[in-house]
Ligand binder design. Structure first.
Ligand SMILES: [Zn+2]
Length: 316
C-alpha cells in the first residue's frame, strides 16, 4: 500500500458531516438562496452582483464576473494570460496532476487559478488580480505566484495601486515546495511596491485560507472583506482536534477578523467598486483630479521575465 492510499483510506473513515456546505455558482434560470431559501431570477441576482435580494447572502461568482463588476467596460487588459503549470514534480494523487490541470482548464476556460491585468476602476487606473476558486479551489501554485508577482511588479513600475481579490483553499499541494515558495515571492514584490509608496488593497472573499491568508491576503495597506466570508489559516476542525477545545461560534469569519483587527472594512459586494474608488482617490488625489481627461493606460509590459523555476512556461 502506498503512503497516498493509506492517507486516502484513513480519510474515508473520518466522518465529514461537520463540513460546511460548499457554495455553488448559480448558472440556471432560477437560483435558490442557500442561506434564506428565497427563489430569485438569476438575471435579477446578476443585476445585484449575485447578492441575495432577500437576505444579502453573497453567492460565489466567477473571476470574469468579478472583473466585470470592478473594472470599467472595455478597459481590461490581461497580463501574462498564457502562463501555465508544467508539473515538474510529475505529481500524482488519485489522478495525474497534468490530467487534473487539463480537466480544470477545460472546465473553467482559464489556464490557472488567477486572472491578472490592468484596467480602470471608475476611470482610475489599477492593477487587479482576481483568484478563481473554481480552478482547483483557487489553490496557489507556481503560476498563481508568478502572475501575481508580475502584476505587483508592473504596478510598482507604473505607479499603479494593486488590488487582489482573494479566494483560495491555500497552497497547491500538487506542486509541493514550489507552492510554498510563492508566499515569499509575492510578499517580497509587495514590499517593493510599498517602498515605492504605492497602495495595495487585499479583498478577502469566501473562502480565503491557508497559504494565501498567510501571505498576501494579510499584507494589504487596507484589508477589505466581503460579509460572512470564511477567513482562516487552518480549518476549524483541525484546530479543534489539536487544541481539544470548542471554537467560538463565528470564528474564522470576516466579522470575527474585523472584531479582532485583522480586517479594516467589511464591504458588501454591491458597494465594493465605489469604496475602492474612494480609497484610491484619497491615496492618490492627483489621479482623481486628472480623471476627467480619462487618460489612456499604457499597454502591459509584454517582456518575458527569466523564469526562476521551471514550474511554469508561457504558451506559444
Ligand atoms: Zn438569501
Amino acid at each position: 500500500m502506498s503512503l497516498f492510499d493509506w492517507f486516502a483510506n484513513r480519510r474515508k473513515s473520518v466522518p465529514n458531516s461537520q463540513e460546511r456546505p460548499e457554495r455553488e455558482i448559480a448558472d440556471g434560470l432560477w437560483n435558490k438562496c442557500e442561506s434564506c431559501g428565497a427563489l430569485s431570477y438569476t438575471k435579477d441576482l446578476r443585476a445585484n452582483q449575485m447578492v441575495c435580494l432577500e437576505c444579502g447572502h453573497h453567492i460565489r461568482v466567477y473571476s470574469d464576473d468579478r472583473i466585470e463588476q470592478l473594472i470599467d467596460a472595455n478597459t481590461w487588459m490581461p497580463i501574462n494570460e498564457g502562463l501555465h503549470a508544467t508539473d515538474p514534480l510529475k505529481f500524482r494523487d488519485r489522478k495525474k496532476y497534468s490530467d487534473r490541470l487539463r480537466e480544470f482548464q477545460e472546465k473553467t476556460g482559464h489556464l490557472d487559478a488567477v486572472e491578472t491585468g490592468i484596467g480602470q476602476l471608475e476611470t482610475l487606473p489599477v492593477a487587479l488580480g482576481v483568484m478563481e476558486f473554481q480552478f482547483i479551489g483557487g489553490s496557489m501554485g507556481s503560476v498563481v505566484g508568478e502572475k501575481l508577482t508580475r502584476l505587483i511588479e508592473h504596478g510598482t513600475r507604473e505607479h499603479l495601486p494593486v488590488i487582489i481579490v482573494c479566494a483560495s483553499g491555500g497552497a497547491r499541494m500538487q506542486e509541493g515546495m514550489l507552492s510554498l515558495m510563492q508566499m515569499a515571492k509575492i510578499s517580497g514584490a509587495l514590499e517593493r511596491h510599498r517602498e515605492a509608496r504605492q497602495l495595495y488593497i487585499a479583498i478577502l472573499t469566501h473562502p480565503t485560507t491557508g497559504g494565501v491568508t498567510a501571505s498576501f491576503a494579510m499584507l494589504g495597506d487596507i484589508t477589505i472583506a466581503e460579509p460572512k466570508a470564511t477567513v482562516a489559516f487552518t480549518g476549524g476542525r483541525v484546530i479543534e482536534q489539536t487544541l481539544r477545545e470548542k471554537l467560538p461560534e463565528n470564528y474564522q469569519t470576516s466579522e470575527y477578523s474585523f472584531a479582532h483587527g485583522f480586517v479594516d472594512l467589511i464591504v458588501p459586494r454591491t458597494q465594493l467598486k465605489k469604496t475602492l474608488a474612494q480609497l484610491i482617490s484619497l491615496h492618490q488625489p492627483q489621479l482623481s483630479l486628472g480623471r476627467s481627461q480619462s487618460e489612456e493606460l499604457e499597454p502591459p509590459d509584454t517582456h518575458v521575465f527569466p523564469a526562476q523555476t521551471h514550474a511554469f512556461e508561457l504558451s506559444p
